[in-house]
Design a protein around this ligand. Sequence first.
Ligand code: GLA
Length: 724
Amino acid sequence: MIRYNKNTRLLVLDNKSIGYVVYVNDAGYLETLYFGKHLAGYSDFSCVRNNGVYASPYYDVARGEERTYADGFKTDAVPLEVSPHGLSDKRGAPVIARGKEGGFETDLRFRSLRRMKGAPAIEGLPHAHGDCETADVLLEDKNLRLRAHLYLTIFPDKDILIKSFCLENGGKRPLRLTRAMSMQLDLPRADYDLVHFYGRWAKERDYCCAPVTDGVQEISSNYGRSSAEENPFVFLKERTATMDRGEVIGFNLIYSGNFKFRTRVGTYGGLHILYGINDEDFEWKLGAGEKFYTPQAVIAYSDAGVDAMSQTFHRFIRENLMTYAANRDYKPVLFNSWEGCYFDFDTDLILSYIDDACKLGTELFVLDDGWFGARNSDAAGLGDWTVNEKKIDLKRIITHCTAHKIKFGIWFEPEMVNPDSDLFRAHPEYTLGWGRNELSVSRHQFHLDFSNPEVVENVYRQMRAFLKEYPVDYIKWDYNRTVAEHVSAAYPADRQGEIYHRLVLGFYSLLGRLTREFPKVMFEGCASGGGRFDMGVLYYCPQIWCSDESDPAQRIDIQFNTSLGYPLSAIGAHVNDSPVASYATKAALALFGTYGYEMNPGKLGKEEIDTLDKMADVYRKYHRDVIEDGTLYHLRAPYEGNTMCMQCVSHDRTTSLVLFMNKLKEMDVYRFVRLRGLDARKRYRNTLDGQVHTGEYYEKIGLNFSTTWMSEFTHGLVLLTQEK
Ligand code: GLA
């Protein structure tokens, strides 16, 4: 899978379906010769190398003469793994370091290479694992005494390439990293569309597609979290690519903080991509002998359209990223108290909620915000993680769940503090930005200084004490504001550029510690809905609350778009009280996620209870094999028209679920939706019209969704089962 030929200086990484080729040139730069489908042979790259562009001259100071690189290397035109900085290549370097002289030149050149089994363990950061192989390419800047391990990881069974760096100060004086991104990828062509997912609270991950333009484009977050405004998942697609055809290259970062994905169409053609931690306000002091690990950038390659890329990401996330021991198990039907009663509850109300929720097939009851400290509104209590015993009897609530044979879960927001809290009164200096005359508040709360290990330790002790006393099965980990005043009293002036990243490290250290110590507790991520929906969180949490907007008017898009990069099993989806659609429609949508409820269950009529309970049965029966472990196909994109259609096919291809939805009314329409992923020769009965057809029929002709009339937000949920 990984080969390096010392004579030809070609490094090849490949599996049965993809290939990646790097050449170590005379000057010691790594030229990226090929990334794409697997090739039968990897020796004939002479034309790629000698592409007609003239070689760059350089002046050899020791010899006192002008020379050109022996192998015709043109420094700013040739695709590279790591561009230098401060030299003639202006495309952009992934790593910039400053030494004792304060200069910016960073020139990393090849030293040696070794192969290793598995993926590198990235200290303090979530990372990929499993059956894979890594090329550890050592580069060095001799002046700076900076060593950079470029890790390239490939899997035998997935069209994935992972890139990251470990930067090591081999000198005696500190270095200052002013950019430490995870990867550079230079592609020979730039005629792609760039797809990214921008948004805001309650409208996360809108699909945005536009041609890669000349010059520089940037998709990034500087909110301190991966953010609702942009998601680290982006992809390039050939202009003509569709869901099932064409070249698509997907990117994601195993990271939850500020990121930057930057494209630059080079003066000499080609597309230059940098991806990693956002370098805005970033600076890291790297002491002698110290190491800095960048997050891993994950690249998925497809020559068969968008769906093949998204399926690759789904499998990678479930098999090579998530660490929750039971992540491959069935996820319980969840009832969350938030939208039902917000802060306004007492023990009796929650007990009645539990009784009513059980009629809907609930298997996990979650008490959301409002159970701790003096928390009766969002103005107080964050930071005080002890039960508000005046308000509720938590033990009684848990016992009640146990009596109903259901699990119990609870809400935390560990990284935050209200000024009106005991924690803040005792430790105002735990607040990020403390010392300023004015601090920004958002939702009446401050961000705790999670760059300070003492603060993390304080919250850890509180949460640990809680978990030891109350046997909960689940924690919803919320994060309801973005970072402002990213300055920490715990660090000197020359280390303030580290704070954004250290906040993320603090978050991972607490979440990592708790998930390791309480491996049976399932943690669900959340951040004002879907404001931190990323691969970093998914390493610890098998699911993430996708958005505070459950109304199908927005949800259809949010869930569909999220599922282009993330598996359905990770997408928290609840049925709520939204009047836009029927309970059956809302439930069908939630079924294509981790199904749950969020409403006042006492207000439901008998018919609604029956509908939801039946849907919970469908979820129980099919979620594991068809939705979680199955293959997802995006048949109709809501951003392209009035309808949305997704299909899941079980691994053994015996069962499939199809969800069809419309937004606006539609009159009589003649419409067949072609399915995918079925066995062409097998026969399947469908529950739409009860007919039996072959897989080939469904693929070539389709499922008959012709209608006489559709009002707003209706749905068709169709089960296909193979005939014996
Ligand atoms: C955030 C979450 C909601 C809920 C509230 C509680 O907005 O996204 O689901 O938990 O916080 O305050």
